[in-house]
Each structure stands twice: as structure tokens, then as C-alpha cells.
Write a protein that binds this ligand. Structure first.
Ligand code: NAD
Ligand code: LMR
Length: 328
């Protein structure tokens, strides 16, 4: 592995997710022993708090943290970055859907897409965690015409991990025995966590569960509404689990997905599985050497078809809404 530091930008670095994410990145969860350089973007009023977080990073004496730069100017912070983790955006509160954040957060991603387009490294990969993540990724991608579209993705790995955990609890299997989980569509309540292609200990997961009512009435809504359940319980949205999923997604993107398995990533659709071309929608993907490809050839029954179509229809509505707002 290269010993040149990977330049990793994190936006919203003084926020809740940032407080967990930065320490995971710096301690080697992303790249093991390869050094990384952190470049942290915040809005001006949050820079003082961010200075405190950087003092804590210093105090950890992480051996592979090659440097930290902070600032409120996107073009300065994104200069030469190989990976940009776009976390900074307002979270929703109780009673809101993530899509309600479109007008508040969308504009952040036009400016950041433009800045990345101008100054990021040629090999940049951009992962969007800030909500509504899929459509924010679409906004950033559209505003960065010189960066190949496949370099943008939105985070559905948290949903993927939640789905694995729920299925493990139901079947009594270890999370490591569960493979080929898929999240389709939007990181929203319409997402479709699909276990019809998943495996538990090498056997078809839906057959192991053997209970269609549990899949439709318990599993799918529990995963799809887990973010809201956490907001209700914690009073603020998921942070450590979101940071962990952000690291999982970036690590697999850069280093490759596990053998005989796949991961869920929201990426630009090429029309696979009837998802309208150009939407950033979650798919089962394999990754290798920094590239992803959508797993092909899965059979989609009527139940799954309806769920995928409902979520991608919502994505199309979000795209139309941000077009109307002049963001793409
Ligand atoms: P937070 O409010 O604690 O932190 C957000 C930070 O972003 C703040 O420090 C704020 O100052 C900063 N920020 C705002 N505008 C910015 C800009 N233009 N540039 C740089 N920084 C900016 O929120 P959080 O809990 O860390 O969540 C961040 C986002 O991640 C929210 O939108 C939340 O809904 C989303 N989220 C997504 C997932 C997912 O799975 N995709 C999971 C959890 C949270
Ligand atoms: C989550 O899934 O936990 C996040 O997207 C936060 C939210 O608003 O649900």
C-alpha cells in the first residue's frame, strides 16, 4: 500500500457525526497503516469548536495522522483531496422526513460540488452522508461536470448495516454469516431493504425466515424507519453508527468489497433494474480498486418491483424539486 498520505476532506467536522468520524479515520479504520491527512470544513461560527476537536485529535497522538487543516473556505480545504466525505448539513428533528431538508441543505451541495470540480485531485471520490443524501449527491455531481459521475455516491450503508443486524437478531445468526444484503432506492422511509437475495449461513434468507408477514410488516419498516426511532429515543439523529457506516462505505469503495458478497451504495443509475438513468439510487454493488459495479441479473418479483418503483419515484420527485429550486 502507498505510504503517501491520502487527503481526506470531511465537511461538518465539528458536528455530531464528525466527532465520531474523525477519530475513526485517524485511528486507521479506513486505511489501516496508510497515513491520512484530514482537511476539515466548517461554517465560520463552528470553527472555534472545531479547533477544540483538533486539539483532541492531537492528544490522541495517532501514528498515521499526517496532518490536519481546518477552514471555512471550500476551495482551500478541498484542494487536492482524494476523498471528500460530505457530512455537513442540518439533521432533521422529530416529525420531519429527510426530504424536508432539501431546501435547507441543497444549496450547500451546489457550492461544494463546484469547489470540488475546481480543486479536488483527479482521482477524487465523493461520499455524501448529509441528508437528503441521495439528492444532495445528485446536486454535487451535477455541479461538478468535470468529475466523472461514478465518483459520487450517497450513504445507504447505514441502512445496509441496520438490515444485517435486524436479520441476524431474527435468525440467531452472527452478522458475519449474513451476506448479499441489498438496500434499493432512497435513504428515506421509502427505501427497500431486500432479503430475497440475501443469505444466512449460505442459505436464502427469505427461506430461512419463512415468514413473509415479518418481512413486510416488521423487517422492512423497522429498517426504513430506524433513523426516526433513534431521533425519538436519543433526541438527536444517529451519529456514531452513521460515522461507522461512512467509514465502512469509503473503505470498501477504495479497497474493495468482500469476496462472495456485495454492499449497498447509492450511485448514479445506468438504467439497471428499471431505475431511471441519472438518479442516485441505492443498488447492490461490488467494488474493486476504487470503482463500483452494479450486481446484475437478480430476479425482481412483483413485491420487490413495487417497492423499488415507489422509492425511485420519490427520488425523481426530489430531483424535480431541486431543479425547480435551481440547484441542478
Ligand atoms: P450536526 O448538526 O451535529 O452537524 C452538522 C455540522 O455541519 C455542523 O457542525 C454545521 O456547522 C456543519 N455545516 C453546516 N453547513 C455547512 C457547510 N456549508 N459547510 C460545512 N459544514 C457545514 O449534524 P450531524 O448529526 O453530524 O448530521 C449531519 C448530517 O448527516 C445531517 O444532514 C444528518 O441528517 C445526516 N445523516 C445522514 C445519515 C445517513 O445514513 N446518510 C445518517 C445520520 C445522519
Ligand atoms: C439516519 O438514518 O439515522 C439518518 O439519516 C438521520 C435521520 O434523519 O434519520
Amino acid at each position: 500500500m502507498s505510504s503517501t498520505p491520502l487527503k481526506v476532506a470531511v465537511t461538518g467536522a465539528a458536528g455530531q457525526i464528525g466527532y465520531s468520524l474523525l477519530f475513526r479515520l485517524a485511528s486507521g479504520s479506513l486505511l489501516g497503516d496508510r497515513p491520512i491527512e484530514l482537511r476539515l470544513l466548517e461554517i465560520t461560527p463552528a470553527l472555534k469548536a472545531l479547533e477544540g476537536v483538533v486539539m483532541e485529535l492531537d492528544d490522541c497522538a495517532f501514528p498515521n495522522l499526517a496532518g490536519v487543516e481546518i477552514g471555512d473556505d471550500a476551495e482551500t480545504i478541498f484542494d487536492g483531496v482524494n476523498l471528500a466525505l460530505l457530512v455537513g448539513a442540518r439533521p432533521r428533528g422529530p416529525g420531519m422526513e429527510r426530504g424536508d431538508l432539501l431546501s435547507a441543505n441543497g444549496a450547500i451541495f451546489t457550492a461544494q460540488g463546484k469547489a470540488l470540480n475546481k480543486v479536488a485531485a483527479d482521482d477524487v471520490r465523493v461520499g455524501v452522508t448529509g441528508n437528503p443524501a441521495n439528492t444532495n449527491a445528485l446536486i454535487a455531481m451535477t455541479n461538478a461536470p468535470d468529475i466523472p459521475q461514478e465518483r459520487f455516491s450517497a450513504l445507504t450503508r447505514l441502512d445496509h448495516n441496520r438490515a444485517i443486524s435486524q436479520l441476524a437478531a431474527k435468525t440467531g445468526a452472527a452478522v458475519t454469516d449474513i451476506k448479499k444484503m441489498t438496500i434499493w432506492g432512497n435513504h428515506s422511509a421509502t427505501q427497500y431493504p431486500d432479503i430475497f437475495h440475501a443469505e444466512v449461513g449460505g442459505k436464502n434468507a427469505a427461506e430461512v425466515v419463512g415468514d413473509q408477514a415479518w418481512i413486510a410488516d416488521t423487517f422492512i419498516p423497522t429498517v426504513a424507519k430506524r433513523g426516526a426511532a433513534i431521533i425519538d429515543a436519543r433526541g438527536s439523529s444517529s451519529a456514531a453508527s452513521a460515522a461507522s457506516a461512512t467509514v465502512d462505505a469509503a473503505r470498501d469503495w477504495l479497497l474493495g468489497s468482500p469476496e462472495n458478497d456485495w454492499v449497498s451504495m447509492a450511485v448514479v443509475s445506468d438504467g439497471s433494474y428499471g431505475v431511471p438513468e441519472g438518479l442516485i439510487s441505492s443498488f447492490p454493488v461490488t467494488t474493486k480498486d476504487g470503482d463500483w459495479s452494479i450486481v446484475q441479473g437478480l430476479e425482481i418479483d412483483d413485491f420487490s418491483r413495487g417497492k423499488i418503483d415507489a422509492s425511485t419515484a420519490e427520488l425523481a420527485d426530489e430531483r424535480d424539486a431541486v431543479k425547480e429550486l435551481g440547484l441542478i
